[in-house]
Ligand binder design. Sequence first.
Ligand code: ADP
Ligand code: MG
Length: 381
Amino acid sequence: MKLKNIEKLNLKSKTVLLRVDFDVSIKNGGVVDGARIISHLPTINFLLKQKAKVILISHLGRPQGMIDEKYSLKPVFYYLKKKIKNLEFFNNNFDNALKEKIKDKPIVLLENLRFNPGEEKNDKKFAKFLASLANLYINDAFAVSHRKHASVSAVTQYLPSYAGLLLEKEIKNLTEVIIKPYHPFIVLMGGAKISTKMPVLKTLARKADQILVGGALANDLFKAEGYNIGQSFSESHDVEINKTIKRKIVLPKDVVIKTEDKIQNIKVDSLSRYKDFKILDIGKQTIQLFAKYLENAKIIIWNGPMGLFEEKPFDQGTRGVVKIIARNKKAKIIIGGGDTITCFKQKSLKPNVFISTGGGAMLEFLSGKMLPGIKPLLKNK
Ligand code: ADP
Ligand code: MG
Protein backbone atom coordinates (compact mmCIF):
# COMPACT_ATOMS: atom_id res chain seq x y z
CA MET A 1 0.00 0.00 0.00
CA LYS A 2 1.67 3.18 -1.20
CA LEU A 3 0.45 6.53 0.02
CA LYS A 4 0.90 9.94 -1.55
CA ASN A 5 3.54 11.38 0.73
CA ILE A 6 4.78 14.86 1.44
CA GLU A 7 8.53 14.43 1.25
CA LYS A 8 9.00 15.66 -2.31
CA LEU A 9 6.31 18.30 -2.48
CA ASN A 10 7.18 21.92 -3.07
CA LEU A 11 5.54 23.45 -0.03
CA LYS A 12 7.04 26.90 -0.04
CA SER A 13 4.36 29.53 0.76
CA LYS A 14 1.62 26.92 0.48
CA THR A 15 -1.02 26.73 3.17
CA VAL A 16 -1.51 23.24 4.53
CA LEU A 17 -4.60 22.00 6.32
CA LEU A 18 -3.14 19.39 8.67
CA ARG A 19 -5.53 16.96 10.37
CA VAL A 20 -3.94 15.80 13.61
CA ASP A 21 -5.22 13.82 16.56
CA PHE A 22 -4.91 15.96 19.69
CA ASP A 23 -7.66 14.00 21.47
CA VAL A 24 -5.93 13.90 24.87
CA SER A 25 -7.27 13.80 28.44
CA ILE A 26 -7.55 17.18 30.12
CA LYS A 27 -7.46 17.63 33.88
CA ASN A 28 -7.71 20.97 35.72
CA GLY A 29 -7.24 22.79 32.43
CA GLY A 30 -4.00 20.97 31.60
CA VAL A 31 -2.92 18.14 29.32
CA VAL A 32 -2.51 14.89 31.28
CA ASP A 33 -0.26 13.09 28.80
CA GLY A 34 1.14 14.87 25.77
CA ALA A 35 2.36 11.80 23.89
CA ARG A 36 -0.31 12.10 21.22
CA ILE A 37 0.52 15.74 20.63
CA ILE A 38 4.26 15.10 20.48
CA SER A 39 3.78 12.29 17.97
CA HIS A 40 2.75 14.86 15.33
CA LEU A 41 5.79 17.10 15.81
CA PRO A 42 7.88 15.47 13.07
CA THR A 43 5.19 16.28 10.49
CA ILE A 44 4.59 19.80 11.83
CA ASN A 45 8.28 20.63 11.97
CA PHE A 46 8.87 19.23 8.50
CA LEU A 47 6.16 21.50 7.08
CA LEU A 48 7.49 24.57 8.88
CA LYS A 49 11.00 23.83 7.67
CA GLN A 50 9.69 23.68 4.12
CA LYS A 51 8.23 27.16 4.69
CA ALA A 52 4.63 26.05 4.48
CA LYS A 53 1.92 27.77 6.48
CA VAL A 54 0.14 25.31 8.74
CA ILE A 55 -3.46 25.14 9.97
CA LEU A 56 -3.79 22.45 12.62
CA ILE A 57 -7.23 20.88 12.95
CA SER A 58 -8.32 18.27 15.48
CA HIS A 59 -11.18 17.06 17.60
CA LEU A 60 -11.15 16.48 21.36
CA GLY A 61 -13.68 14.20 23.05
CA ARG A 62 -17.31 14.03 22.06
CA PRO A 63 -18.96 17.45 22.37
CA GLN A 64 -21.92 16.32 20.18
CA GLY A 65 -21.69 19.07 17.59
CA MET A 66 -22.03 21.88 20.15
CA ILE A 67 -19.65 24.37 21.72
CA ASP A 68 -18.70 22.96 25.11
CA GLU A 69 -15.72 24.54 26.90
CA LYS A 70 -14.99 21.22 28.60
CA TYR A 71 -13.77 19.97 25.24
CA SER A 72 -11.85 23.06 24.20
CA LEU A 73 -8.46 22.58 22.55
CA LYS A 74 -7.09 25.58 24.47
CA PRO A 75 -5.13 23.44 26.97
CA VAL A 76 -3.55 21.69 23.99
CA PHE A 77 -2.65 25.10 22.56
CA TYR A 78 -0.85 26.13 25.78
CA TYR A 79 0.97 22.81 25.82
CA LEU A 80 2.03 23.04 22.18
CA LYS A 81 2.97 26.71 22.33
CA LYS A 82 5.94 25.71 24.48
CA LYS A 83 7.22 23.68 21.56
CA ILE A 84 6.17 25.87 18.62
CA LYS A 85 7.05 29.55 19.00
CA ASN A 86 4.67 31.25 16.58
CA LEU A 87 1.62 29.16 17.25
CA GLU A 88 -1.67 31.04 17.54
CA PHE A 89 -5.12 29.81 18.51
CA PHE A 90 -8.44 30.68 16.88
CA ASN A 91 -12.00 29.91 17.74
CA ASN A 92 -13.61 28.66 14.64
CA ASN A 93 -16.89 30.23 13.76
CA PHE A 94 -16.20 28.92 10.29
CA ASP A 95 -16.88 32.13 8.46
CA ASN A 96 -14.93 34.38 6.15
CA ALA A 97 -13.71 36.46 9.07
CA LEU A 98 -11.65 33.49 10.23
CA LYS A 99 -10.09 33.20 6.79
CA GLU A 100 -8.96 36.82 6.97
CA LYS A 101 -7.65 36.47 10.51
CA ILE A 102 -5.41 33.50 9.85
CA LYS A 103 -4.28 34.50 6.38
CA ASP A 104 -0.74 35.52 7.17
CA LYS A 105 -0.10 33.44 10.26
CA PRO A 106 2.74 30.92 10.03
CA ILE A 107 0.97 28.31 12.17
CA VAL A 108 -2.42 28.22 13.85
CA LEU A 109 -4.50 25.75 15.82
CA LEU A 110 -8.26 25.92 15.32
CA GLU A 111 -10.78 25.10 18.03
CA ASN A 112 -12.33 21.61 18.30
CA LEU A 113 -13.74 20.46 14.94
CA ARG A 114 -16.56 18.63 16.69
CA PHE A 115 -17.99 21.90 18.02
CA ASN A 116 -19.48 21.99 14.54
CA PRO A 117 -22.27 19.50 13.75
CA GLY A 118 -20.96 19.17 10.19
CA GLU A 119 -17.79 17.37 11.28
CA GLU A 120 -19.23 14.03 12.38
CA LYS A 121 -21.88 14.15 9.64
CA ASN A 122 -19.18 14.29 6.97
CA ASP A 123 -20.97 17.41 5.78
CA LYS A 124 -19.85 18.65 2.38
CA LYS A 125 -20.40 22.33 3.12
CA PHE A 126 -18.28 22.12 6.24
CA ALA A 127 -15.59 20.18 4.39
CA LYS A 128 -15.63 22.74 1.58
CA PHE A 129 -15.18 25.53 4.09
CA LEU A 130 -12.19 23.79 5.68
CA ALA A 131 -10.73 23.20 2.24
CA SER A 132 -11.15 26.87 1.31
CA LEU A 133 -8.63 27.81 4.01
CA ALA A 134 -5.71 25.99 2.39
CA ASN A 135 -3.96 24.84 -0.78
CA LEU A 136 -3.53 21.23 0.25
CA TYR A 137 -4.66 18.75 2.85
CA ILE A 138 -2.55 16.36 4.90
CA ASN A 139 -3.94 13.62 7.10
CA ASP A 140 -1.67 12.70 10.01
CA ALA A 141 -4.42 11.35 12.25
CA PHE A 142 -4.41 7.59 11.85
CA ALA A 143 -6.58 7.12 14.94
CA VAL A 144 -9.58 8.75 13.22
CA SER A 145 -8.97 7.43 9.73
CA HIS A 146 -11.71 4.81 10.14
CA ARG A 147 -14.23 7.63 10.63
CA LYS A 148 -16.25 9.13 7.82
CA HIS A 149 -15.94 12.64 9.17
CA ALA A 150 -15.67 15.91 7.24
CA SER A 151 -12.04 16.62 8.23
CA VAL A 152 -10.98 13.06 7.35
CA SER A 153 -13.14 12.01 4.43
CA ALA A 154 -15.21 14.73 2.68
CA VAL A 155 -12.41 17.32 2.75
CA THR A 156 -10.29 15.14 0.45
CA GLN A 157 -12.77 15.81 -2.37
CA TYR A 158 -11.87 19.47 -2.40
CA LEU A 159 -8.09 19.56 -1.98
CA PRO A 160 -5.06 17.61 -3.19
CA SER A 161 -4.59 15.18 -0.28
CA TYR A 162 -1.52 13.55 1.20
CA ALA A 163 -0.40 11.34 4.09
CA GLY A 164 1.56 12.90 6.94
CA LEU A 165 4.75 11.36 8.29
CA LEU A 166 3.09 9.76 11.32
CA LEU A 167 0.26 8.32 9.28
CA GLU A 168 2.74 6.89 6.80
CA LYS A 169 4.70 5.27 9.61
CA GLU A 170 1.55 3.66 10.99
CA ILE A 171 0.53 2.21 7.65
CA LYS A 172 4.06 1.00 6.94
CA ASN A 173 4.35 -0.82 10.26
CA LEU A 174 0.90 -2.38 10.13
CA THR A 175 1.21 -3.39 6.47
CA GLU A 176 4.60 -4.97 7.06
CA VAL A 177 3.31 -7.64 9.44
CA ILE A 178 0.45 -8.48 7.11
CA ILE A 179 2.44 -8.85 3.91
CA LYS A 180 5.60 -10.28 5.48
CA PRO A 181 4.27 -12.52 8.20
CA TYR A 182 7.27 -14.03 10.00
CA HIS A 183 6.52 -17.06 12.16
CA PRO A 184 5.67 -17.84 14.87
CA PHE A 185 3.05 -15.10 14.41
CA ILE A 186 1.20 -14.64 17.68
CA VAL A 187 -1.86 -12.51 18.33
CA LEU A 188 -2.72 -11.60 21.90
CA MET A 189 -6.23 -10.30 22.33
CA GLY A 190 -8.10 -9.18 25.39
CA GLY A 191 -10.24 -6.34 26.63
CA ALA A 192 -13.94 -6.15 25.99
CA LYS A 193 -16.05 -5.54 22.85
CA ILE A 194 -15.99 -8.93 21.14
CA SER A 195 -18.27 -7.59 18.40
CA THR A 196 -15.62 -5.17 17.15
CA LYS A 197 -12.76 -7.59 17.74
CA MET A 198 -14.24 -10.69 16.10
CA PRO A 199 -13.77 -9.47 12.50
CA VAL A 200 -10.10 -8.79 13.26
CA LEU A 201 -9.68 -12.22 14.80
CA LYS A 202 -11.18 -13.75 11.66
CA THR A 203 -8.69 -12.00 9.37
CA LEU A 204 -5.70 -12.50 11.64
CA ALA A 205 -6.55 -16.19 12.10
CA ARG A 206 -5.53 -16.70 8.46
CA LYS A 207 -2.07 -15.25 9.12
CA ALA A 208 -1.35 -16.05 12.75
CA ASP A 209 -0.15 -19.34 14.18
CA GLN A 210 -1.86 -18.85 17.52
CA ILE A 211 -4.36 -16.43 18.96
CA LEU A 212 -4.07 -16.10 22.71
CA VAL A 213 -7.26 -14.75 24.21
CA GLY A 214 -7.70 -13.19 27.65
CA GLY A 215 -9.75 -10.43 29.26
CA ALA A 216 -13.49 -10.22 29.00
CA LEU A 217 -13.11 -11.44 25.43
CA ALA A 218 -12.31 -14.89 26.79
CA ASN A 219 -15.58 -14.85 28.75
CA ASP A 220 -17.54 -14.74 25.51
CA LEU A 221 -15.57 -17.68 24.20
CA PHE A 222 -15.98 -19.65 27.43
CA LYS A 223 -19.68 -19.04 27.13
CA ALA A 224 -19.69 -20.25 23.53
CA GLU A 225 -17.94 -23.42 24.71
CA GLY A 226 -20.66 -24.02 27.27
CA TYR A 227 -18.76 -22.98 30.41
CA ASN A 228 -20.50 -21.32 33.32
CA ILE A 229 -19.25 -17.72 33.53
CA GLY A 230 -21.46 -16.52 36.38
CA GLN A 231 -21.79 -12.73 36.44
CA SER A 232 -18.66 -12.11 34.39
CA PHE A 233 -18.70 -9.34 31.82
CA SER A 234 -19.63 -10.53 28.36
CA GLU A 235 -21.57 -9.15 25.41
CA SER A 236 -25.01 -10.67 25.38
CA HIS A 237 -25.28 -12.03 21.84
CA ASP A 238 -23.77 -15.34 20.83
CA VAL A 239 -20.44 -15.36 19.08
CA GLU A 240 -19.78 -17.63 16.18
CA ILE A 241 -16.34 -19.18 16.11
CA ASN A 242 -15.33 -20.61 12.77
CA LYS A 243 -13.03 -23.62 12.35
CA THR A 244 -9.85 -21.69 11.54
CA ILE A 245 -10.24 -19.55 14.62
CA LYS A 246 -11.09 -22.53 16.78
CA ARG A 247 -7.97 -24.39 15.70
CA LYS A 248 -5.71 -21.47 16.53
CA ILE A 249 -7.25 -20.07 19.66
CA VAL A 250 -5.54 -20.62 23.00
CA LEU A 251 -7.94 -19.97 25.86
CA PRO A 252 -6.93 -19.43 29.50
CA LYS A 253 -6.52 -22.61 31.55
CA ASP A 254 -7.09 -20.82 34.83
CA VAL A 255 -8.67 -17.53 35.83
CA VAL A 256 -8.90 -15.20 38.80
CA ILE A 257 -12.45 -14.95 40.07
CA LYS A 258 -14.08 -12.75 42.64
CA THR A 259 -16.91 -14.13 44.74
CA GLU A 260 -18.71 -12.21 47.45
CA ASP A 261 -16.06 -12.90 50.07
CA LYS A 262 -12.96 -14.07 48.21
CA ILE A 263 -10.60 -13.64 45.31
CA GLN A 264 -9.16 -16.90 44.04
CA ASN A 265 -7.17 -18.41 41.20
CA ILE A 266 -9.10 -21.42 39.87
CA LYS A 267 -9.00 -23.84 36.93
CA VAL A 268 -11.44 -23.07 34.15
CA ASP A 269 -12.67 -26.68 34.36
CA SER A 270 -13.90 -26.08 37.89
CA LEU A 271 -15.98 -22.98 37.05
CA SER A 272 -19.17 -25.02 37.22
CA ARG A 273 -18.67 -25.45 40.98
CA TYR A 274 -19.15 -21.75 41.64
CA LYS A 275 -22.29 -19.71 41.62
CA ASP A 276 -22.01 -15.98 42.14
CA PHE A 277 -18.69 -14.89 40.72
CA LYS A 278 -16.95 -12.72 38.16
CA ILE A 279 -13.92 -13.69 36.11
CA LEU A 280 -11.63 -10.66 36.35
CA ASP A 281 -8.20 -11.82 35.20
CA ILE A 282 -6.23 -14.66 33.64
CA GLY A 283 -4.60 -17.04 36.12
CA LYS A 284 -0.94 -17.74 36.92
CA GLN A 285 -0.73 -20.92 34.85
CA THR A 286 -2.18 -19.08 31.88
CA ILE A 287 0.51 -16.40 32.11
CA GLN A 288 3.07 -19.23 31.92
CA LEU A 289 1.21 -20.81 29.03
CA PHE A 290 1.03 -17.53 27.08
CA ALA A 291 4.71 -16.92 27.88
CA LYS A 292 5.69 -20.07 25.96
CA TYR A 293 4.16 -18.65 22.80
CA LEU A 294 5.20 -15.04 23.32
CA GLU A 295 8.84 -15.86 24.09
CA ASN A 296 9.42 -17.59 20.75
CA ALA A 297 7.29 -15.33 18.61
CA LYS A 298 8.68 -13.43 15.62
CA ILE A 299 5.58 -11.27 15.36
CA ILE A 300 3.34 -10.23 18.24
CA ILE A 301 0.20 -8.19 17.77
CA TRP A 302 -1.35 -7.19 21.06
CA ASN A 303 -4.67 -5.50 21.70
CA GLY A 304 -6.70 -5.56 24.88
CA PRO A 305 -5.79 -6.02 28.57
CA MET A 306 -5.96 -9.51 30.12
CA GLY A 307 -8.27 -8.47 32.93
CA LEU A 308 -9.80 -5.64 34.87
CA PHE A 309 -6.34 -4.06 35.06
CA GLU A 310 -7.56 -0.78 36.58
CA GLU A 311 -8.24 -2.62 39.84
CA LYS A 312 -5.66 -4.47 41.91
CA PRO A 313 -4.97 -7.40 42.05
CA PHE A 314 -6.65 -7.95 38.66
CA ASP A 315 -3.77 -6.16 36.92
CA GLN A 316 -1.45 -9.11 37.47
CA GLY A 317 -2.28 -10.95 34.24
CA THR A 318 -1.77 -7.84 32.13
CA ARG A 319 1.43 -6.91 33.98
CA GLY A 320 2.64 -10.47 33.46
CA VAL A 321 2.22 -10.37 29.69
CA VAL A 322 3.71 -6.86 29.46
CA LYS A 323 6.90 -8.17 31.09
CA ILE A 324 7.09 -11.16 28.78
CA ILE A 325 6.45 -9.12 25.66
CA ALA A 326 9.06 -6.50 26.64
CA ARG A 327 11.66 -9.26 27.05
CA ASN A 328 11.24 -10.49 23.47
CA LYS A 329 13.86 -8.53 21.51
CA LYS A 330 13.64 -10.43 18.23
CA ALA A 331 9.95 -10.17 17.48
CA LYS A 332 8.30 -7.34 15.61
CA ILE A 333 5.79 -6.18 18.19
CA ILE A 334 2.71 -4.11 17.45
CA ILE A 335 0.61 -2.78 20.29
CA GLY A 336 -2.59 -0.80 19.92
CA GLY A 337 -5.79 0.14 21.69
CA GLY A 338 -6.58 3.03 24.01
CA ASP A 339 -6.44 0.96 27.20
CA THR A 340 -3.74 -1.40 26.01
CA ILE A 341 -1.14 1.30 25.39
CA THR A 342 -1.65 2.70 28.88
CA CYS A 343 -0.65 -0.76 30.16
CA PHE A 344 2.54 -0.81 28.10
CA LYS A 345 4.46 2.05 29.66
CA GLN A 346 8.14 1.31 29.21
CA LYS A 347 10.92 3.67 30.18
CA SER A 348 12.62 3.31 26.84
CA LEU A 349 10.94 1.78 23.87
CA LYS A 350 12.92 -0.85 21.98
CA PRO A 351 13.13 -0.40 18.21
CA ASN A 352 11.29 -3.68 17.60
CA VAL A 353 8.18 -2.33 19.35
CA PHE A 354 5.67 -0.20 17.50
CA ILE A 355 2.89 1.46 19.45
CA SER A 356 0.03 2.34 17.17
CA THR A 357 -1.85 5.56 17.88
CA GLY A 358 -5.01 3.93 16.57
CA GLY A 359 -7.31 1.70 18.60
CA GLY A 360 -10.38 1.12 16.46
CA ALA A 361 -8.52 2.28 13.36
CA MET A 362 -5.73 -0.22 13.93
CA LEU A 363 -8.18 -3.08 14.40
CA GLU A 364 -10.16 -2.16 11.29
CA PHE A 365 -7.01 -1.76 9.23
CA LEU A 366 -5.65 -5.11 10.39
CA SER A 367 -8.97 -6.76 9.61
CA GLY A 368 -8.38 -5.83 5.99
CA LYS A 369 -10.83 -2.96 5.65
CA MET A 370 -9.99 0.01 3.46
CA LEU A 371 -10.38 2.96 5.81
CA PRO A 372 -12.30 5.99 4.49
CA GLY A 373 -9.50 8.35 5.55
CA ILE A 374 -6.77 6.26 3.88
CA LYS A 375 -8.39 5.48 0.52
CA PRO A 376 -8.16 9.06 -0.84
CA LEU A 377 -4.43 9.09 -0.02
CA LEU A 378 -3.48 6.04 -2.10
CA LYS A 379 -0.91 6.62 -4.79
CA ASN A 380 -2.52 4.69 -7.62
CA LYS A 381 -6.16 4.73 -7.00
P1 ADP B 1 -8.54 -1.26 24.18
O1 ADP B 1 -9.02 0.11 24.58
O2 ADP B 1 -7.08 -1.45 24.45
O3 ADP B 1 -8.93 -1.63 22.78
P2 ADP B 1 -10.84 -2.49 25.36
O4 ADP B 1 -11.50 -1.15 25.45
O5 ADP B 1 -11.41 -3.48 24.40
O6 ADP B 1 -9.27 -2.34 25.13
O7 ADP B 1 -10.90 -3.19 26.79
C1 ADP B 1 -10.38 -2.64 27.95
C2 ADP B 1 -11.34 -2.78 29.09
O8 ADP B 1 -11.70 -4.15 29.28
C3 ADP B 1 -10.70 -2.33 30.37
O9 ADP B 1 -11.51 -1.33 30.95
C4 ADP B 1 -10.67 -3.58 31.23
O10 ADP B 1 -10.90 -3.34 32.61
C5 ADP B 1 -11.79 -4.39 30.65
N1 ADP B 1 -11.67 -5.82 30.96
C6 ADP B 1 -10.72 -6.66 30.58
N2 ADP B 1 -10.91 -7.89 31.09
C7 ADP B 1 -12.03 -7.81 31.84
C8 ADP B 1 -12.77 -8.74 32.62
N3 ADP B 1 -12.39 -10.01 32.75
N4 ADP B 1 -13.88 -8.29 33.24
C9 ADP B 1 -14.28 -7.00 33.12
N5 ADP B 1 -13.62 -6.08 32.40
C10 ADP B 1 -12.51 -6.48 31.77
MG1 MG C 1 -10.85 0.90 25.36
